[in-house]
Design a protein around this ligand. Structure first.
Ligand code: ZN
Length: 142
């Protein structure tokens, strides 16, 4: 039976782990200092928080990972979203752009919270030489 997460707080309308609320507020303050225009875009594009979508291979089960819709957004907007998530060398989240067929049916940004499920794996995929470095991913985007 699917867990409903009824006792979880909401971020962008989706349930997230209660432990994320404090860090998200700190992260929001950093993003608003650095690139204030992207904050409302992030908040209005949350597509999954805690959940059990099969394509996510369980990484969202405990609610420490967040997905953001990116399909249809301009490359520069997607770059700013991913950079805001990875602010301060992924101190809050490690985030990558997922293209169709990679992890889920639609293009989206997957963000894993610091030192929780999937964080080290996502971190290993980014960085300027990683296969999921944002400029490499944007170049493959259709
Ligand atoms: Zn995800």
């Amino acid at each position: 039976m699917a867990k409903t997460y009824a006792d979880f707080p909401l971020f962008g309308g989706r349930p997230i782990n209660p432990g994320l609320m404090g860090p998200i507020n700190e992260w929001a303050a950093e993003v608003n200092d650095h690139d204030p225009g992207i904050w409302p875009v992030l908040k209005s594009h949350v597509s999954q928080g805690a959940g059990s979508a099969g394509a996510s291979r369980g990484t969202h089960k405990k609610g420490w990972c967040i997905d953001f819709k990116s399909r249809g957004l301009a490359n520069d907007t997607v770059r700013r979203m991913v950079n805001a998530l990875n602010i301060h060398n992924s101190r809050y989240f490690a985030a990558v752009l997922r293209l169709p067929g990679e992890a889920g049916a639609s293009e989206h940004i997957h963000a894993a919270f610091h030192n929780r499920e999937n964080y080290l794996r996502v971190l290993a995929l980014i960085g300027p030489d990683g296969p999921n470095y944002i400029e490499k991913k944007l170049a493959k985007r259709k």
